[in-house]
Design a protein around this ligand. Sequence first.
Ligand code: C2E
Ligand code: MG
Ligand code: MG
Ligand code: MG
Length: 281
Amino acid sequence: AAKAAGRNRFRIFDEGLRGHLEMRRDGERDLSHALAENGLAVWFQPIFGEGGTRIAGLEALVRWHHPVHGWIPPGEIVAAAARSGLSESLLRFILEQVCGAMQTLRADGIRDVRVAMNVSPREMGQLPVDEIVLDRLRALGLSPALLEIEITEETALDIEAVQHKLLALSGAGIRVALDDFGTGYSSLASLRQLSAGRVKIDRSLVTGLSASDDKRGLVQAVLGLGRSLGLEVVAEGIETADDLASLRHLGCPFFQGYHLGRPVPADQALRQVLARRTDAA
Ligand code: C2E
Ligand code: MG
Ligand code: MG
Ligand code: MG
């Protein structure tokens, strides 16, 4: 029986692996179609300030519903783009949707909601992200002060290639946020080298913090770091009212997570921003 089970397990694994490889090949071919034919979308998740009541920002998150394979995780999309030489097209596509959201906000008279986009370490290292982004903002007459670029600390591994780009971006007024803070080798040096003005505490430290002294201690330390270095701190991955309450109690200034708002299509996210305004007014 054990042998049969072992064989079955192997067969299942084998099929899973084959499926994965097929999906990879399809993925690379289909991604270029998706990019060309509006198969990709950018959704937005709200970031809240002021105790979790006011929307202070929107984070752009790429979405792809593949006709056969269903929802493809963003990491896979970014990796498939890299393998098939589509990284710049993908970056430009996302930037376009982000600029569209910034234009809509401006048209609605909203001048204090920043839009954030994620840029992978590879994209930051290999593409002229600073030129691409700044040229586009200039062409559309959009203020760099309303854009944020989220990077992760692996970006620091190629510091020679990225430092001048990050300086150009932050010098122009775009805020650089260090995402997933607290997961790896997050050092004070990398915060400085990367011109970060904001840190986002990783979900792994936030989810369940109300029930964990260890997590609370770590989050408290990051908040202290933020205060002493003049960095804004965002907690991401807030899934419960208890975690939100603990974060408020610790003095966390910005909040993001399913408990407060999930990623939604652009029109819906923009409606939420407006609705929150009229509520408060
Ligand atoms: P991230 O930038 O740290 O984004 C946060 C991720 O956590 C998003 O997943 C979001 O949907 C999810 N999330 C937000 N709140 C909660 C919560 O309360 N609980 C849980 N369990 N999850 C939550 P998503 O959209 O799947 O993105 C995953 C990662 O893929 C992102 O992590 C980011 O690193 C990358 N990514 C997403 N969009 C893009 C993009 O346009 N370009 C690049 N380069 N990377 C992207
Ligand atoms: Mg992010
Ligand atoms: Mg993150
Ligand atoms: Mg993450």
